[in-house]
Design a protein around this ligand. Structure first.
Ligand SMILES: *Cc1c(COP(=O)(O)O)cnc(C)c1O
Length: 407
């Protein structure tokens, strides 16, 4: 049975333990929400200060060349690439995940003209479904949803694109990327993976699975900061054919030739649209460089160990709470989720005790395990606090039922 002594022993033996000191985590806080907003790397504030004062303040417009601002989207994409099984020139940092979804869904529909169906699953992350709906409203797409297990059967000759989130944001259940990508290809469809809850936390092999397209967030496990730019992946073999609809000048083959006619850049840069947000990219670069330095294998090993320990601690302190995440560590993301009809009030009562997890409507309590900075002891304290909150009934207090704008 899990114990505090065991947690401390695991922390002492943790090869990543030193990385925690590289983050600004408030003392006494148990932060299990790095899959919603990653913690602040200590290097970020210093780097932003330098970019603001030196590169912007002194270098001014010269910094586009001298400080290599113009290369930031590709440079950061290259750092992300090994985390997701891609080649450096296949990934670029730009825009939000939502905007990148729009660009890639549209591009996939163009590459499979004659087909209109975008297949996804009910309960996928809302923005993924809403982006399909937006293209449907324009008459460009037709949305089809099929439950897990029924996806292969729903792949027919009308499907242009299979769009799935690799790790489910609520339950943490992970799709079999290799099998579903192959099934989509066998049906003549392309596949687009949303890696928002995967990048930097679970093994991803886009090249090995022959995945076509992918997107993902910069502000979750990659620690890029609130609203950080996202990333886009396009397999090398599609670089000549892919055309995205937001044909801004930064995706042009020669942006500074200022010609009247659009010609897409030859490589991954054709996925760009407008001027890169340098401050946001500078923060993202610090986050991804640190995660890449730790390396995905070590992150995955720690994530699985944390998951196993949190499960054991929860079994001790809250044995009746239903865990909705898969038991097999290889089949889930870096999180554990639990179901309770009063999950919102529970999450608020936990926050009052200094344990930040997440509530996901209507009844999910989610604990994200960011392996770069979470300790086994954090998992212990979270489970103990939850046990106390349940036993005391303190979650029933009125103040814990008031919903804020962001939940
Ligand atoms: C967090 C998340 C997003 C967020 O998209 P934004 O455009 O950054 O708001 C998209 N998809 C999934 C699966 C997510 O978990």
């Amino acid at each position: 049975m899990a114990s505090l002594a065991e947690a401390r022993a695991l922390d002492d033996a943790d090869p990543l333990a030193g990385y925690r000191r590289q983050f600004a985590i408030p003392p006494g806080l148990v932060y299990l929400d790095g899959n919603s907003l990653g913690a602040l790397p200590l290097g970020t504030a210093a780097r932003l200060g330098e970019v603001v004062r030196k590169e912007w303040g002194e270098g001014l417009v010269r910094s586009w060349n001298d400080a290599h601002w113009i290369e930031a989207p590709r440079r950061i994409g290259a750092i992300i690439a090994p985390l997701i099984g891609a080649q450096p020139g296949e990934v670029i940092a730009c825009d939000s995940t939502s905007v990148n979804l729009f660009k890639l869904i549209s591009a996939a529909l163009l590459m499979r003209s004659g087909r209109k169906v975008v297949l996804s699953e009910p309960g996928n992350f809302p923005t993924d479904l809403y982006m399909i709906a937006g293209l449907e409203a324009q008459g460009l797409a037709e949305r089809r949803l099929a439950e897990r297990g029924g996806l292969e059967a729903a792949l027919d000759e009308d499907v242009a694109l299979l769009l799935l989130t690799h790790v489910h944001y609520k339950t943490g259940a992970m799709h079999d990327m290799a099998a579903l990508t192959k099934a989509a290809h066998d049906a003549g469809a392309l596949v687009l993976w949303d890696l928002s809850h995967s990048a930097g936390a679970v093994p991803v092999d886009l090249n090995g699975c022959e995945a076509d397209l992918a997107v993902g967030c910069g502000y979750k496990y990659l620690n890029g900061g609130p609203g950080a730019p996202a990333f886009t992946y396009v397999a090398q073999r599609h670089h000549d054919a892919i055309l995205q609809p937001l044909t801004g000048w930064m995706g042009h083959a020669a942006p500074f030739a200022f010609t009247d006619d659009y010609a897409p850049a030859p490589g991954i840069e054709r996925m760009l649209t407008g001027t890169p947000p340098i401050l946001g990219l500078a923060a993202l670069e610090v986050g991804v460089a640190q995660i890449a330095e730790i390396g995905i294998d070590r992150l995955v090993a720690k994530s699985r160990a944390l998951g196993a320990f949190l499960r054991a601690a929860m079994a001790r302190f809250a044995p009746d709470l239903e865990c909705v995440s898969p038991g097999d560590p290889a089949a889930r993301g870096s999180q554990l989720s639990f179901r309770h009809p009063e999950a919102y009030a529970l999450s608020q009562a936990l926050i009052a005790r200094g344990v930040i997890g997440d509530f996901r409507d209507p009844d999910i309590l989610r604990f994200g395990l960011a392996p770069a900075y979470i300790r086994f002891e954090d998992c212990w304290h979270a489970a103990e606090a939850l046990g106390e909150v349940l036993a005391s009934g303190e979650w029933k207090r009125e103040e814990f039922r008031q919903r804020a704008v962001v939940t």
